[in-house]
Design a protein around this ligand. Structure first.
Ligand code: ATP
Ligand code: MG
Length: 356
């Protein structure tokens, strides 16, 4: 029996989580799995009732579970709250309390959606299947060496980029192991011609390569990588990079897949539970209208089955069921190109379940 924490959150979060749960229930019997679900409020939904976007009870509930499925948080209703009460603090708080230092984003362009990608088929080539491994809890967004806070006044501002060898090693290990399970090609992305943190990053990753002789490692500067993602995305298998570069590159890469509503992610650390979530936000503009694409959330469930429960067959079955729905011409409202039948969020969930 596997216990899964469900944190639907705000906006379209609850709608897409419902579809992902349908899919989990559909694979249960067929793949000899048994799930127990525990639901909790996060984000604005939690702030409205408990006065905080992430309660201690929710953190405790998550720590007790085998995996977490997170929807999305935020919306205009809560934009004016002071920073520590804003919905986004829920996901930041969870990453921190659970020690989730690596974010894996799967960037797959399904054949049926190749016309929806802004990059031409001839450029993408046979297949686009990239895994971006982004360091998630260090770097510029968090750096405060010697306790100096990031700050600004009217004439001067500074942020600090800091990485330790341990922070680099633990995320690099995940990237090497991920590459071993895939095409065995790893591109480590840095800016070692300018940044000290990148020089340390490159040295450590290079040294570690000796432990993974089957993985072909190469290094690329981040400016070149952002260009290569558009010029020749098919060259990449696994990309490893630090927090800020990963934030930017993964948004860039997501566009290649045809819609932000297609991309799943996993955030992992040293021990369970890992957290799974679509990369998109709470999309308040379409909440409640049946227009949300549930596929990013459903593919996040496939990642959960593979990474947390070792159920690779069930994970592949879900990916195939999604692919078949797309091949049959079903689309949600976010993807109009090539759509034969535009369906609602829950209809898309039903079609994927039928295909399973
Ligand atoms: P966040 O700051 O939480 O990441 P964001 O401002 O980046 O949020 P999103 O909520 O991701 O924005 O939405 C960006 C746009 O993409 C919106 O127009 C939204 O409707 C659309 N969108 C996001 N997710 C989906 C989805 N699953 N299906 C359809 N459209 C979506
Ligand atoms: Mg966003």
């Amino acid at each position: 029996m596997q216990t899964i924490a469900l944190l639907p959150g705000d906006g379209i979060g609850p709608e897409i989580i419902d579809e992902a749960v349908k899919v989990l229930k559909a694979v249960e019997a067929k793949y000899d799995l048994k799930f127990q679900f525990k639901k909790s409020l996060v984000g604005g939904a939690s702030a409205d009732i408990y006065g905080t976007p992430l309660t201690e009870d929710t953190v405790a509930l998550c720590k007790d579970c085998d995996a977490i499925l997170f929807g999305a948080v935020g919306g205009p209703k809560w934009d004016k709250l002071p920073k520590e009460f804003r919905p986004e603090q829920a996901i930041l708080g969870l990453r921190k309390s659970l020690g989730l230092y690596a974010n894996l984003r799967s960037v797959i362009l399904f054949n049926a959606l190749s016309d929806a990608s802004p990059i031409k088929k001839e450029i993408i080539g046979e297949e686009l299947d990239i895994m971006i491994v982004r360091e998630l809890t260090g770097g510029l967004y968090f750096g405060k060496p010697k306790g100096i806070e990031r700050t600004h006044d009217k004439t001067r501002a500074f942020d600090t980029m800091e990485y330790t060898d341990e922070e680099i090693k633990r995320v690099a290990r995940i990237a090497f192991e991920t590459a071993q399970r895939r095409q065995k090609r790893l591109t480590s992305v840095d800016k070692a011609n300018v940044l000290e943190t990148s020089r340390l990053w490159r040295t450590i990753v290079t040294d570690m390569a000796a432990d993974y002789p089957d993985v072909k490692l190469c290094h690329m500067y981040v400016d070149n990588c952002s260009m290569q993602l558009v010029l020749n995305p098919g060259q990449f298998d696994v990309i490893l990079t630090e927090n800020t570069f990963g934030d930017i590159l993964s948004d860039e890469a997501s566009v290649l897949t045809g819609s932000i509503g297609m991309l799943p992610s996993a955030s992992i650390g040293d021990g369970k539970p890992y957290l799974y979530e679509p990369i998109h936000g709470s999309a308040p503009d379409i909440a409640g209208s049946g227009k949300a694409n549930p596929i990013a959330c459903i593919l996040s469930v496939a990642m959960m089955l593979e990474y947390s429960f070792g159920a690779k067959d069930a994970a592949s079955a879900i990916k195939n069921a999604v692919e078949r729905a797309l091949n049959e011409g079903y689309r949600t409202f976010d993807i109009q190109v090539g759509a034969k039948k535009v369906v609602s969020t829950s209809e898309m969930g039903d079609i994927i379940v039928e295909n399973l």
